[in-house]
Design a protein around this ligand. Structure first.
Ligand SMILES: C[S@@+](CC[C@H](N)C(=O)[O-])C[C@H]1O[C@@H](n2cnc3c(N)ncnc32)[C@H](O)[C@@H]1O
Ligand SMILES: [Zn+2]
Ligand SMILES: [Zn+2]
Ligand SMILES: [Zn+2]
Ligand SMILES: [Zn+2]
Ligand SMILES: [Zn+2]
Length: 1013
């Protein structure tokens, strides 16, 4: 297999063997319903811990695999099947799924491919991005687990340029002295080095470097400590908490400061406390200060408490010290005695800094612009987190498992150790030997880089790269790493490249892949969680003022070491042969094992190429997850990995020979690269057309897409209709708990929508349809569907109101999409999707919201008037977030302002809107109506919809105009004539308004009295 797209996938070697499974009952389960509630519930744990195969590599915006398993089963099983029942069955020999042909033209991280292979399908996966292709390839490539372990062993031992085996070599760059037991010996391992960037003060007379600390808190943790409550001093008889554990994140006793009020621990804050000395078996009484002997503590029942600790940096003397108890606003350093606020560093707001020497405040980016173009902000080390096996009590281990993890053979600690209870981990300040070690690595890098593989190319200008990287002077890809990281990573990459077995080499490379994501100068340490987040914790390149440099090879601790990352790859491969699914059983999540295996079979293929131009033999189902406008910039972000991978892979795969991943053919909105929303839509249409051509007539296209009120979703729906698809159903997927959904009702929830589409056949024969008629059908359909929902099609559990809304909109869209391009309004003009969608949302909203019913005559009223009558007509002003809430799902709030129903409020800094009175709108409305009058004499296409001439004028305008005329004592009668077709709506609206807002009584009564009954 290679990475080149074969433009024609037709005539694949195994075509003849493909069997088309019979589809007697041609309607599929997913066309009728989907287990929304159950799958949402499973998606929560899944999103917290993806199954091992999906953790082998970092990829952007991964989808929960349970969603795709359910989609696949829903597509392949006949209507009426209980999908959750099937979900938990083993499909190794299922004739309904085995051999079914599945296509994913945007395979990304491979969810569809993996899940379909599990079910025995014949899969074709395509992605433009070589990184995605590599990810999926290594996920599904068959590999012998024992061989893979052996390959890792070989790697560990492989000699580097220095002659040392690679494991030893890489570990040696991250050694430090243990502040507890290590005097003079650098035998502890560094877990993280903490670095800070400095801006140069922009005041020309100052120009001092300003370290960009947001605060001086290095770590915060509340370890659990065992203690004896109310222990009585045998000298003074007073009581105190005797801590058996030592709760500490640093080693030096002299650098520990306690809050005088609440240092004992949570819920013990008013107690005095003392530490037990396990060697001397004594303690110092906090009341009388006498050292008292303590009897055997092992036999006494101990309690547990949490002790809040903070590790702080002193900005004056650089000491790293510990504060126990609630951290006050101001602290005083135990070493230099200077006071400072631990919460306030030199940075403030977004991206600005304050020079402590001269007080100048400026933007960080301005300081960067003053530097020569090839110069980055200077960085300095300010703390270390280390691990001492000796202090952890693991010093005596001689057994290690394959990955070099010690087998936890605890030995007695023979010294009073403050860090033992912290598993031998400690924070400490930087010493000259730590600096020297770094400088040595820097020198080595300069010497060896000529013979090591590392990415030398320039970072191209793009949407994400220009602001995050280039503006900050990251000009070359290797700038994203410091020299020690470059030395270790490229040494490691070289060694991986020396593996002879191609498949095993790629598996080792998978471990390397994830390692680089967290071993660069964009890796942030989270003080609150003591963990790091790699560059792609967000989907962009965000430069960090402080960053953590981890131990590249890795030992016991540290999140993203090569050891851990390779282990993830290994576990991913193990999962291929021991698959499982999660289940909620008695409120607990359990895993159920399956016999299903994940392996690329003879009839399955994955390709790296552009899905806008492929041909293949007929597929049964297209199941995919298309790109979402400009949401995730796959190709620009993937370049970060690509530039490293290609150093090894370009020899074997042509798709890895260019310097960066393909940009021109990517389907995306990317203004910097000149790709507009239209380009995005056109790209989608092309792929949908290919899918349509390659799909069996009774096949389905099913895909997930993010839901938003913006135009991306409209573009998507439009692209489907354009490519000849009918939208059959839409199901909402989210990972919020159902209860919180009910509470939130219609507030902002992030949704993914599953779209079920079928091919539109014979659409050339279609006749024109009137929008009015289709609207009637749509309303009817929504009413029927709501009954079906209530009767329990989606299971016993009740769906949340927003879910019901979405499902109904989906069902209504079927009618629209079936007649797409043929639906015309009274002027004979084709009704655009956007307009239809607004109307559909409205109708659904009306049918669903039982709380604020409008009279039945107002059933198909326009959205502006709907919002006005239901929410605005009885108020003077409205908060802006409330406007958003009431218009959500119906239209943009801007539309209300544009029509002149509300205006931005002057009070409260514009966070409110004022509702305009009819009198205030009168003049502008007069202009409007005098001009529309001229067009009113047109012939109508649909006489049954005479009222249609007011289709483009919100009803509320007519109401306000009439009320305004009444208020100004103008002649109303000629206008009532003009509005004749909509008089019934006008009458009930006015009656409705008078009820809601008595101050309208006068003008309304006047108008009503002139309307003959
Ligand atoms: C939303 S992602 C798929 C994510 C995937 N379902 C997952 O769970 O990881 C969309 C993918 O479309 C790919 N893509 C964009 N334009 C493409 C094109 N013209 N042909 C093929 N793939 C393309 C991107 O590289 C990206 O991987
Ligand atoms: Zn030690
Ligand atoms: Zn005492
Ligand atoms: Zn100090
Ligand atoms: Zn200054
Ligand atoms: Zn120790």
């Amino acid at each position: 297999m290679n990475g080149e797209l074969r433009h024609s996938l037709q005539g694949g070697e195994s075509e003849g063997e493909w069997v088309t499974p019979s589809m007697e009952n041609s309607k599929r389960a997913i066309e009728e319903s989907f287990p929304i509630v159950e799958i949402n519930r499973l998606a929560i744990p899944e999103r917290n811990a993806f199954k091992p195969i999906y953790q082998m590599h970092k990829w952007f915006a991964r989808r929960a695999s349970c969603v795709f398993r359910a989609i696949l089963l829903g597509a392949m099983k006949p209507a009426g099947t209980d999908i959750m029942d099937e979900f938990y069955k083993d499909h190794t020999h299922d004739p309904d799924t085995n051999g079914v042909r599945i296509l994913d033209p945007f395979m990304g991280g491979g969810t569809t491919v993996v899940e379909a292979l599990r079910l025995g399908c014949h899969v074709t996966g395509i992605d433009l991005n070589p990184v995605a292709w590599f990810i999926v390839k290594t996920e599904v490539e068959p590999v012998n687990i024992e061989d893979l372990k052996a390959a890792f062993k070989r790697l560990e031992e492989r000699p580097t340029l220095s002659g040392k085996p690679i494991k030893e070599e890489l570990l040696s760059h991250y050694k430090t002295e243990c502040p507890c037991c290590g005097a003079g010996r650098e035998e502890a391992d560094i877990i993280y080095n903490f670095w800070v960037k400095s801006a140069i003060c922009t005041n020309p007379t100052c120009r001092k470097p300003v370290p960009l600390f947001p605060d001086y808190i290095i770590a915060m943790k509340s370890p659990t400590v065992r203690y004896l409550p109310d222990y009585k001093c045998n000298s003074c008889s007073k009581e105190f908490d005797l801590d058996i554990g030592r709760a500490s994140l640093i080693s030096e006793e002299s650098l520990m400061v306690n809050n005088p009020r609440d240092a004992s621990g949570d819920r013990r804050s008013n107690k005095r406390w003392a530490r037990y000395n396990p060697i001397e078996k004594n303690a110092k009484c906090p009341w009388c200060s006498k050292t008292i002997m303590v009897g055997p503590v092992n036999t006494v029942k101990k309690e547990k408490k949490k002790v809040p600790l903070a590790v702080l940096l002193c900005p004056h003397c650089s000491s790293v010290w510990q504060y126990r108890g609630t951290l006050p606003d101001e602290v005083s350093c135990p070493l230099c005695s200077k006071s400072y606020s631990a919460h306030e560093g030199n940075t403030s707001d977004k991206g600005s800094f304050i020079c402590p020497s001269c007080g100048t405040k400026d933007q960080i980016i301005k300081s960067i612009r003053k530097l020569p173009e090839d110069q980055l902000l200077p960085t300095s080390l300010y703390a270390i987190e280390g691990y001492c096996p000796e202090c952890a009590g693991n010093g005596g281990f001689d057994e290690t498992d394959l990955l070099g993890n010690s087998k936890n053979r605890k030995q007695e600690v023979t010294h009073i150790c403050n860090i033992k209870d912290n598993n031998g981990k400690f924070f400490k300040k930087i010493t000259p030997s730590d600096l020297k070690r770094y400088q040595d690595a820097e020198k080595r890098w300069e010497k060896e880089k000529g013979s090591l593989p590392y990415p030398k190319s320039e970072i191209p200008i793009g949407e994400k790269t220009k602001s995050g990287l280039i503006a900050h002077h990251y000009k070359y890809w290797y700038h994203m790493f410091n020299p020690r990281q470059l030395l270790c990573l490229s040494t490691l990459l070289k060694a991986i490249g020396e593996e002879e077995d191609q498949v095993l080499k790629e598996m080792l490379l998978s471990g390397f892949f994830t390692t680089i994501e967290s071993n660069n100068v964009f890796t942030r340490h989270r003080a609150d969680a003591d963990k790091t987040e790699g560059v792609f914790a967000r989907h962009d390149f965000q430069p960090k003022a402080t960053f953590a440099e981890g131990n590249v090879w890795g030992t016991e601790y540290g999140k993203c070491t090569f050891l851990k990352c390779f282990n993830k790859a290994l576990e991913g491969k193990e999962f291929c042969y021991s698959t499982f699914d999660r289940k909620v059983s008695q409120e607990k999540i359990i895993s159920e094992e399956r016999d299903e295996v994940i392996e690329l079979n003879q009839q399955s293929k994955i390709f790296c190429g552009n899905s806008q131009n492929f041909i293949m033999s007929e597929t049964n189902f297209v199941i995919t997850d298309p790109p979402y406008a400009g949401n995730v910039n796959y190709s620009e972000l993937a370049d970060f990995f690509y530039v490293w991978l290609r150093l090894i892979l370009s020899k074997n795969y042509p798709c890895f020979s260019p310097e960066i991943t393909p940009k021109a053919e990517e389907i995306i909105e990317n203004p910097t690269r000149g790709k507009s929303a239209t380009d995005y839509k056109d790209g989608l249409i092309e792929v949908w057309k290919r899918c349509n051509e390659n799909l069996a007539d009774d096949g389905l296209l099913v895909f997930t897409f993010h839901h938003s009120e913006g135009s991306a979703w409209e573009s998507l729906l439009e692209s489907l209709c354009n490519a000849g698809f009918v939208i059959e159903a839409i199901y909402p997927i989210h990972s919020e708990s159902e209860t919180s959904l009910h509470l939130m009702d219609k507030q902002a929830i992030s949704y993914d929508l599953i779209h079920v589409c079928k091919k539109k056949v014979n659409f050339s024969e279609e006749k024109k349809r009137s929008w009015a008629g289709v609207r009637q059908e749509i309303r009817q359909k929504a009413r029927e569907e709501i009954k079906v929902i209530e009767s329990g099609r989606y299971g016993k559990e009740k769906l949340s109101p927003p879910d019901v809304n979405i499902i109904l909109i989906g069902k209504c869209l079927e009618l629209y999409s079936r007649h797409y391009g043929q639906i015309v309004d009274y002027k004979g003009e084709v009704v655009p999707l956007q307009e239809a969608l607004t109307a559909i949302r409205m109708m659904v909203e009306q049918i669903v919201s039982a709380q604020r019913p409008l009279p039945s005559e107002l059933e198909h009223i326009d959205p502006i008037s709907y919002v006005y009558l239901t929410c605005l007509c009885d108020r003077k002003e409205i908060q802006s977030d409330e406007v958003h809430k009431t218009t959500r799902g119906i239209m943009e709030p801007e539309a209300l302002i544009k029509t002149g129903v509300i205006r931005k409020g002057r009070a409260k800094r514009g966070r409110t809107y004022e509702v305009k009175l009819p009198d205030e709108r009168y003049k502008e409305l007069q202009k409007l109506f005098l001009s529309t009058r001229k067009t009113i004499d047109q012939k109508f296409l649909f006489p049954e919809m005479e009222e249609a001439k007011f289709d483009r004028i919100p009803l509320v305008d007519a109401l306000h105009y009439l009320m305004g005329l009444a208020g100004a004592s103008e002649n109303i009668v000629p206008w009532l004539n003009e509005f004749r077709p909509i008089i019934p709506q006008i009458r009930v609206s006015l009656e409705y308004m008078i009820e809601k807002n008595p101050t309208f009584r006068e003008p309304i009564s006047k108008v009503l009295s002139l309307i003959e009954v």
